[in-house]
Design a protein around this ligand. Structure first.
Ligand code: M6R
Length: 365
């Protein structure tokens, strides 16, 4: 089953252009239509006044990106909660809010219990974004969007994450359209942008040899810091989680503006700092955050886009992903952090597909 690959994780990272194209296909056919989310969606989605997202781990990070999309594109309020926390919180139902669970396996107990808790509070509309057909979460939900990533075997989630992002983007744009927030032109632009994603992801995959060289410098480190802002802060979190999970290097992610409120104290020449720095409106801000780090001796490993003005210098290493993908940029920037974690783990000789202490599907509390 592995073909020419050494690990399922490597295979699954490389399957992303196809997994994404397969997931995008029905969206290109239907446009941003409730039909994408199941038979009941035409009735349910137009009444939605807000979105509550429940998920764990990597799926939670996909939800963090989605919160920005739902608020900026659909102009609807969106709240996101870690499923295992939400189920024990003292909270209340928000009338006409859609509860969205995100889960690769569809069997994660914490997410299932959080959904049941939401129902017990009085929520009655739910959408499952899931990769496994007929698993527990889609069965318990009114609406469903199946990501078409194919079986994901490696414990570290990769292609499930990027396809979840596509599903969530389609949700944001569909809600926007239903709320009269999306013009015909904007819809076309978003669909065109989605169409380009598999190709951009393939370009990002082609960076593997360069990323491997970085991994050779990373593997002997004890700690790493990942920085990003807004849409790319969840990608920093995802990069740190991937690195911890499979290479056992302690990694933390911060929104870059938070550095000076504490974590800057950690920075010295032994601390590599990975920066997700796409060519967006925040790039200049991010550059000044990077200077703060450089001034303390931290070595920077920057992922930016082809079209950004960035120069390598002493202690500042730069890898360029394809042209900036606009609001879909988090999908493209997820790839290099997956590859960095994978190659660092290889160097360390860990069991990449089955990291210690972890299970693929977490069906216990
Ligand atoms: O199957 P799910 O998406 O519900 O799983 C949620 C998390 O357990 C999962 O994403 C976990 O964090 C991954 N191992 C991360 O790579």
């Amino acid at each position: 089953e592995l073909g020419s690959y050494s690990h399922f994780m490597q295979k699954e990272i490389h399957e992303q252009p196809k997994a994404l194209a397969d997931t995008i296909e029905p969206i290109l056919e239907e446009g941003f239509s409730p039909a994408l989310f199941g038979a009941a969606a035409a009735e349910v989605l137009p009444k939605v006044e807000g979105v509550l997202i429940l998920a764990c781990g990597t799926s939670y990070y996909a939800g963090m990106v989605a919160r920005h999309w739902i608020e900026s594109i659909a102009k609807l309020p969106c709240q996101i909660e870690i499923a295992s926390e939400y189920r024990y919180s003292e909270t209340f139902a928000k009338p006409n809010w859609l509860v969205v669970t995100i889960s690769q396996s569809g069997e994660t107990l914490d997410t299932m219990e959080a959904l049941k808790f939401a129902f017990s509070l009085g929520h009655d509309k739910s959408l499952s974004i899931c990769n496994v057909r007929e698993s527990a979460l889609p069965r318990a939900s009114n609406l469903v969007f199946y990501t078409r990533a194919g079986a994901e075997i490696g414990v570290a989630s990769t292609k499930a994450f990027t396809t979840q992002l596509v599903a969530l983007f389609a949700l944001a744009a569909t809600l926007a359209k239903l709320k009269g927030q999306l013009s015909v032109d904007q819809e076309k632009q978003h669909l065109d942008a989605l169409r380009l994603i598999p190709g951009s992801v393939q370009h990002a995959l082609n960076l593997e040899p360069q990323i491997k060289l970085w991994a050779e410098r990373f593997y002997s480190k004890h700690h790493a810091l990942f920085l990003g802002r807004v849409l790319h802060y969840p990608i920093a979190l995802e990069g740190a989680l991937k690195l911890k999970e499979i290479s056992y290097i302690h990694a933390e992610a911060y929104p870059a503006g938070e550095l000076k409120h504490g974590p800057l104290a950690l920075v010295d020449q032994d601390m590599p700092i990975v920066v997700i720095a796409p060519n967006d409106a925040l790039l200049e801000k991010l550059k000044s955050n990077m200077q703060e780090v450089r001034a303390r001796g931290g070595e920077l490993f920057v992922f930016t886009d082809l079209d950004s003005h960035f120069t390598e210098s002493e202690g500042v290493n730069v890898i360029r992903t394809p042209r900036h993908a606009g609001v879909l940029s988090p999908i493209v920037h997820a790839i290099p952090v997956q590859l960095l974690a994978y190659h660092t783990a290889l160097q360390r000789g860990t069991d990449v597909d089955k990291p210690r202490n972890l299970a693929k599907s977490v069906t216990v509390e």
